[in-house]
Design a protein around this ligand. Structure first.
Ligand code: ATP
Ligand code: MG
Length: 560
């Protein structure tokens, strides 16, 4: 993957190049990521973060992290902390520029007074329902509120009393006085302030009126000297409103640029839906490895580099689209491929007894950690003994000719150790194979034999006496449909939840070195997939998450 060429062209870069050429912001580039702390960040947010941060990086500019924390009813400190952790994990560095819209509450209040004084804002006593009714529709103009023509003095008095807590929630609002017949509904006297007797995570009970997002967002960008205020398409029709506010206030104006949200198949990204999955117990919290949240993906074993490469590949566009999950998984696999050591883990163990191997003997074989790196000679030692575990599916009682693994009379290579030939097998009363017997060729150590005899199959194994018993959590997509939001009338997206999205293997057997792995450590379990150590892990009982399997359907499609 060539990052630079992917990054080289997108319409936002073209705009910035032009702005630099024309000296619009004296050549400055200053971007920001402005989350609302009402949920955890998801992979779509990572697109916005890397876009904004990447532009600042590439143009030698600056990047801010700013919380648009204007709605205390839905916002919580837990979300603020999680968002900070996630943005830091992605590697987007805001240096010392972590801001909050709530830092600007006093300034926003003063600016509201400025607009009232200029006759450009008024206190409205209509209820929320009446305001909606007066607003009109896309085809019908709105109607003026009967309170629209209050005097400046009366507005100033009422607004101050709103602020002082004299009125109950919902009884009054402050509105901009723009144009109730504007074809752009955002300009039909939008609400600037509402009364909310609700403590705020940062300002406590200092305020009982709170600015609307639309009244806070553009001015926050302006205060911070943002040059290119990048947001998603749904804000296109808000741009004239943001510009109106900044113009009437006579303050610095950033350039807003809209791009299409990034979506990924087989998941949902609306924070409201993600919150439901958590609250209604469909998943085990925001950081459940099946969630598209950054904390979930991190726990699952995804890497920031893999996510960044994925969004680079997906590109930045003006039209909404859904990117295939297979492409995301492919990018993660590419990153994990070079990063992870190869280890042996048996997920569905069955015993293999090497009958001609001494009972009390252990040999330690040198196995390369990074066989995918031609120039790495880092080795570890793996114990071999008479009793091993192999994968149940690597043995067949009556195998077809093209089954290159173990079966009666068949010979395979045990990865990094000896050749073994199956001599016998034992079944329990239920007819399950419980033990396989084999003999080894003492001459075959190191993967070949003096007679140059070839075997087609190589299987992985662990020494039974030395193996670490571990819990391994296997995941499938959380939904069975590529577009879970597309439901038959009257049905909810939850009907598409995949009942098999989590499968727990209680007794996987791993090579002993893995007992020392720490939370977040990543491995390729050879022939199985990439796995990461879960925070639930303990030294007595390691817990691993399947990050992604080895089957790269995306890469295969690209080759065709
Ligand atoms: P809500 O729908 O609840 O407002 P949101 O996803 O817009 O949720 P914000 O906290 O407002 O959440 O998002 C912060 C920033 O991330 C915004 O600038 C938003 O445009 C951007 N963003 C959100 N979702 C995506 C996405 N899927 N792809 C790209 N950018 C996104
Ligand atoms: Mg939003």
């Amino acid at each position: 993957m060539n990052n630079e060429s992917a990054a080289a062209s997108n319409f936002i870069r073209t705009i910035i190049d032009e702005d630099i050429a024309s000296g619009k912001y004296n050549g400055r580039v200053h971007t920001r990521f402005p989350p609302e702390p009402n949920g955890y960040l998801h992979i779509g947010h990572a697109k916005s973060i890397y876009l904004n941060y990447g532009l600042a990086e590439d143009y030698g500019g600056k990047f801010n992290l700013r919380f648009d924390d204007t709605n205390p009813a839905k916002e919580e400190q837990e979300y603020i902390d999680a968002i900070i952790e996630d943005v830091r994990w992605l590697g987007a560095d805001w240096e010392d520029r972590l801001f909050y819209a709530s830092d600007y509450f006093q300034q926003l209040y003063d600016w509201a007074i400025q607009l009232i004084t200029a006759g450009l804002a008024y206190v409205d006593d209509l209820s929320a329902a009446e305001i909606r009714e007066y607003r009109g529709t896309l085809t019908e103009p709105g109607r003026n509120s009967p309170y629209r023509d209050r005097s400046v003095a009366e507005n100033l008095d009422l607004f101050e009393r709103m602020k002082n807590g004299e009125f109950p929630d919902g009884s009054r609002v402050l509105r901009a006085k723009i144009d109730m017949s504007s074809p752009n509904i955002n300009l039909r006297d939008p609400v600037m302030y509402r009364i909310l007797h609700e403590p705020h995570p940062r300002t406590g009970t200092e305020w009982c009126i709170y600015p609307m997002y639309d009244w806070a967002h553009g001015q926050s960008d302006s205060i911070e000297g943002i040059t290119h205020s990048i947001c998603t398409l749904e804000f296109e029709n808000n741009r004239p409103l943001y510009d109106w506010f900044l113009e009437k206030l006579g303050i610095y104006q950033p350039q807003q640029i809209e791009f299409a949200r990034g979506n990924v198949s087989y998941t949902v990204m609306s924070k409201r839906k993600l919150l439901r999955l958590v609250q209604e117990g469909y998943v085990n919290g925001w950081d459940d490895p099946r969630m598209p949240t950054l904390s979930g993906l991190r726990r699952r074993g995804y890497t920031p580099e893999g996510i960044r490469n994925f969004w680079e590949m997906a590109g930045v566009a003006k039209a909404n689209s859904v990117v295939e999950l297979a492409m995301l998984e492919s990018a993660i696999r590419d990153d994990l491929n070079w990063r992870t050591p190869r280890v042996m883990a048996v997920l569905d163990p069955v015993k293999l007894v090497v009958t001609n191997y001494p009972e009390d003997k252990t040999e330690w074989f040198d196995v390369p950690d990074y066989p995918q790196h031609k120039d790495s000679d880092q080795m570890r030692q793996v114990p071999f003994s008479r009793e091993l575990y192999i994968e149940r599916e690597d043995f067949m009682e009556d195998p077809p000719r093209r089954f290159y693994r173990l079966g009666p009379g068949r010979e395979v290579r045990l990865l990094g150790a000896y050749y073994v030939t199956c001599t016998n097998f034992v079944k329990n009363e239920a007819g399950e194979v419980v033990e396989i017997h084999a003999t080894y060729d003492p001459e075959s150590s190191g993967g070949s034999t003096p007679d140059g005899r070839k075997v087609r199959g190589t299987i992985h194994w662990v020494s039974a006496a030395h193996a670490v018993e571990a819990e391994v959590r296997l995941y499938e997509t959380l939904f069975t449909q590529p577009d879970p939001e597309n439901t038959p009338a009257g049905q909810e997206f939850t009907v598409h939840l995949n009942p098999d999205s989590l499968k727990i293997i209680a007794n996987a057997r791993l090579e002993p070195g893995l007992a020392a792995a720490g939370v977040g450590d990543k491995f390729q379990f050879m022939r199985q997939g990439y796995f990461a150590v879960d925070p639930d892990t303990t030294p007595e009982r390691p817990v691993f998450n399947l990050t992604v399997t080895l089957r790269d359907t995306w890469a295969k499609l690209q080759q065709k």
